[in-house]
Design a protein around this ligand. Structure first.
Ligand code: ADP
Length: 873
């Protein structure tokens, strides 16, 4: 058909309409499409907000990821899906842990697998499949109906058919954290689908990342708690071990100390025997203080160490520790020297036990690690520019195995030894140097080591210890008339000679050494004092006699020897043992040249032992002790104490002994015993009828940890004594217990106490204080503060503040004792004990009685003052 122009108009109109209609249609379709798209976007966004809320709302992964999967499924119309995390085995092989998965169980086994594991996550190790691909490659995996046949791996038999699949990896900063997968949607999965879901994918990634962090934090805090628990357990084990060790070591040590104590004071002994006992006693003491210090180790580490401040004779301490070290088998074949600078102060202010412990550690090590050569302990003052003594330098030098430079820093750490293979050859705990460093730090001092492997070591301590008084070793020698003395040292030890020379050369005419034995020394006759080293050149009677004759009675011989020369009839003037100490030498010289300066001689040899204080004489004592060695020791102690006694091996025997004879004055109660221990026995006694339940009980135990004393008092014991025990200490505690009971009984009866102690001893006070004026000043001060102090005690008793009240009573007791007000001191002691154990009712009675007695005492004090000084005060 041919259209003319008029028709063109119509056509044009028509075409325009069609175009317009098409445009409108397109616009409509576009708008619909946009609407559809934006609705889909909206759906994704609301899903994002929903899953975010769920994440915050729920804590358990099953719930969190379960809800998430439901959202994904309904949003995408996919009936199946899973959300999982990429995990790794220890060897780095990846596997997949599913936190949410559609339950597709098709048989009993798959049902059980699902139910048993879904709470903690189901693990898939086989990653040779579609989800495995997404997880391991980090790529989106899409498999629709047509491509599905290409999928790797096969579903297990019975698994519902997978018709389409999409696996979307969850990636954060390039790392695949996990993936989610959806399957069997009626629509095909596509890249557009992936883009559309991407806000939700990002949110799920964030959730998985947060979940991982949460888990890492949980794991870290679980590990911390576990470590804390382990530390607590280890600490408990350590405390238990220390308590057991303390107890186990103290028990035999108790016997050693007790036997030595008895041996030293009951038997007639030669000086050498006494010396042996003294050394053994020192060893036991050192051992005991070591146990205490090991027990204190945690205290030291926790910075709770308290140091005593009292006069210490350092030369004596070094000598004791060196003598002890010399007696150990390790010291065989090596020389031990003490080199003291003559200007070393005789006494310094410090903590004797801790100083001795430091020396014991360093000297013990030096001897232990040295097989030939020598160990020298040197003492010297540290002085400032104006020659003022500011401290003490103690150094311990040895020619032993040495310490490699790389180990020199670690040996000060606890439980560290320079060479672990050495532990079998050299016994030790690796604690000594750590304790030493702690102690030196606590004294504000320094310790340093210089050592060469195979050549030896030197440990140097610089301690800011101040001199007590002005006496030095030099001043001890100055008092002796040695100006005419020509000294010959008979030794071949250069070191010994140097030490002697340093000490004596300033005070004598000369100090020589020819490094040959006496018998070979033709010039020996020109000297009038011989110092003969019996260890290097053994003394022989003949050469000595010849020399003595040459001197026509004007020569003196000091033997440096550990043999009993008197038994060998070797004629020497004095004998001093190795290692030679300056103090011993000064004593020997004093005995020879100024005997009048010597302390009075000790008791003659055959003199019986000095009588012990009779406080325990005639007492009837019941003893509970299960250890047979300690039985023996108790027998010896009780015989020496003059007491009647019966020993029981356990608590049951104690109770039956009391049934048989209720007239015991006191019970000494061991704590750990078979059948019935000391605590239960005490409780059982306290439940008996009066007066048996009142019997004083003293714990005598090897439990010496903090709190053990309190445990005993809580169980109803009156006092406490830690093993090892010495008779004097035991007597003191018995006296204290009986005295406090005595006072208390009398007070309870309302009877005026008839103490055997004098209530005020003015003569002793005057003598103690060196004059009546001092006594008056002190009394005045005491009288002025007495009432206010008592008021404070009363106040703390009213507040039932046991610590405060007992501390105040303790302080006032000290003042009363210094003023020789013995009765008041006794009453305050009772008050101290009663308040300490929170027995406030009897304490009130004690205080009441004390206040009743006070006017009479004050009158006596006033009388004393007015008699001696013609003025009121
Ligand atoms: P212990 O001696 O009980 O092992 P210490 O703490 O006293 O513990 O010493 C730690 C380690 O330091 C020793 O095991 C040893 O290896 C080394 N050491 C200490 N003193 C010396 C010394 N004088 N010579 C050689 N090695 C030493």
């Amino acid at each position: 058909m041919i259209l003319d122009w008029e028709h063109w108009d119509t056509v044009a109109i028509l075409a325009t309409s069609v175009v317009a209609a098409l445009a409108t249609g397109f616009a409509f379709i576009k708008t619909r499409y946009h609407l559809h798209q934006s609705r889909r976007q909206q759906q994704v966004l609301s899903a994002v907000s929903h899953v975010n809320n769920n994440f915050l709302l729920y804590k358990d992964p099953r719930r969190r990821f379960g809800e998430l999967l439901e959202v994904l499924k309904s949003l995408t119309g996919s009936p199946m899906g899973l959300i999982s995390e990429r995990m790794e085995h220890e060897d780095g092989t990846p596997y997949m842990r599913c936190y949410a998965i559609t339950n597709l169980a098709w048989d009993e086994a798959s049902r059980r697998l699902y139910e048993d594991n879904i709470d903690q996550g189901i693990d898939f190790n086989n990653l040779d499949n579609l989800f495995g691909q997404a997880l391991t490659t980090g790529n989106v995996i899409i498999a629709n109906h047509d491509t599905l046949k290409l999928r790797p791996g096969k579903a297990p038999k019975g698994h519902p058919e997978i018709e389409s699949f999409i696996g979307i990896p969850l990636k954060f900063r390039g790392e695949v954290l996990g993936m989610f997968a959806l399957a069997n949607s009626p629509q095909e999965y596509s890249q557009e689908f992936v883009d559309w879901l991407s806000p939700l994918t990002n949110t799920i990634t964030g959730i998985l990342y947060a979940f991982r962090i949460e888990r890492a934090q949980r794991e870290a805090s679980r590990r911390m708690l576990e470590a804390l628990k382990e530390t607590e357990e280890a600490n408990q084990v350590k405390s238990d071990f220390l308590a057991t060790m303390s107890h186990e070591i103290r028990t035999p040590l108790n016997a050693v100390v007790g036997m030595l104590d008895s041996l030293a004071s009951t038997t007639a002994l030669t000086p050498l025997q006494k010396d042996y006992i003294q050394t053994a006693d020192n060893a036991a003491d050192t051992l005991l203080s070591l146990i205490n210090d090991v027990l204190d180790f945690s205290k030291i580490e926790a910075g709770q160490l308290t140091l005593e401040q009292k006069p210490v004779n350092l030369c004596e301490q070094v000598q004791m520790v060196m003598t002890l070290a010399a007696s150990t088998p390790a010291a065989e074949g090596i020389d031990l020297y003490i080199d003291a600078d003559p200007e070393t102060p005789l006494e310094v202010i410090g903590d004797p036990v801790r100083l001795r412990q430091i020396m014991h550690n360093l000297i013990g090590n030096a001897v232990k690690f040295t097989h030939e050569g020598h160990v020298t302990a040197s003492l010297a003052p540290i002085k400032d520019a104006s020659n003022r003594q500011t401290g003490i330098r103690l150094s311990i030098e040895d020619t032993g195995i040495g310490i490699a430079a790389s180990n020199q820093a670690i040996i000060f750490n606890a439980f560290r030894q320079a060479d672990h293979s050495s532990t079998r050859e050299y016994q030790g705990t690796g604690l000594g140097l750590a304790i030493t460093r702690h102690l030196v730090d606590a004294m504000d001092g320094e310790v340093e080591v210089a050592s060469h492997l195979g050549r030896g070591s030197r440990f140097t301590l610089n301690l800011p210890l101040q001199a007590h008084g002005s006496a030095t070793l030099d001043s001890g020698l100055e008092a002796l008339p040695l100006g005419q003395c020509k000294v010959l040292c008979v030794t071949n030890s250069h070191q010994l000679y140097e030490n002697l020379y340093r000490l004596l050369s300033q005070h004598t005419e000369c100090v020589d050494c020819h490094f040959k034995p006496l018998i070979e020394d033709d010039s020996a006759g020109s000297y009038n004092l011989l110092l003969v080293d019996d260890r290097r050149y053994p003394l022989d009677t003949q050469s000595l006699r010849t020399w003595i004759q040459q001197q026509s009675g004007q020569g003196e011989v000091i033997a440096l020897s550990n043999r009993d020369l008197s038994e060998l009839f070797i004629p020497v003037s004095v004998q001093i043992p190795h290692p030679v100490s300056a103090l011993e030498l000064i004593n020997a010289l004093t005995a020879l040249y100024r005997p009048e300066l010597m302390p009075p001689p000790s008791l003659p040899k055959a003199e019986p032992a000095a009588p012990v204080t009779p406080i325990t004489d005639g007492l009837n004592i019941l003893i509970a002790e299960d250890n047979p060695i300690n039985h023996k020791m108790m027998q010896i102690l009780m015989d020496r104490a003059g007491a009647d006694y019966r020993i029981c091996a356990d608590g049951r025997q104690v109770l039956s002994a009391l049934e048989e004879d209720p007239d015991y004055d006191v019970i000494l109660m061991d704590v750990h015993m078979p059948h019935l221990d000391g605590f239960d026995t005490t409780r059982a006694i306290r439940r008996l009828d009066a007066p048996l339940n009142q019997i004083p009980i003293i714990a005598v135990t090897a439990d010496a940890l903090a709190g053990d004393r309190e445990k005993c008092l809580e169980a109803g014991m009156n006092d406490y004594l830690a093993k090892p025990i010495r008779l004097t200490e035991l007597q003191r505690v018995i006296a204290r217990t009986l005295a406090s009971r005595f006072i208390q009984e009398d007070m309870n009866n309302g009877v005026e106490p008839e103490l055997t102690v004098v209530d005020f001893d003015p003569d002793r006070l005057t003598t103690d204080l060196g004059g009546v004026e001092n006594a008056i000043v002190l009394i005045n001060e005491f009288a002025n503060s007495l009432h206010s102090e008592l008021a404070l005690i009363k106040q703390s008793m009213e507040q039932e503040d046991s610590d405060q009240a007992s501390a105040l009573a303790h302080r006032l007791k000290g003042s009363a004792r210094s003023l020789q007000c013995q009765k008041l001191a006794h009453q305050l002691e009772v008050l101290e004990q009663q308040t300490r154990s929170a027995h406030f009712d009897p304490a009130r009675l004690t205080l009441q009685q004390l206040e009743q007695d006070l006017p009479a005492l004050e009158l006596r004090l006033l009388h004393f003052c007015s008699q001696n000084l013609n003025r009121d005060f």
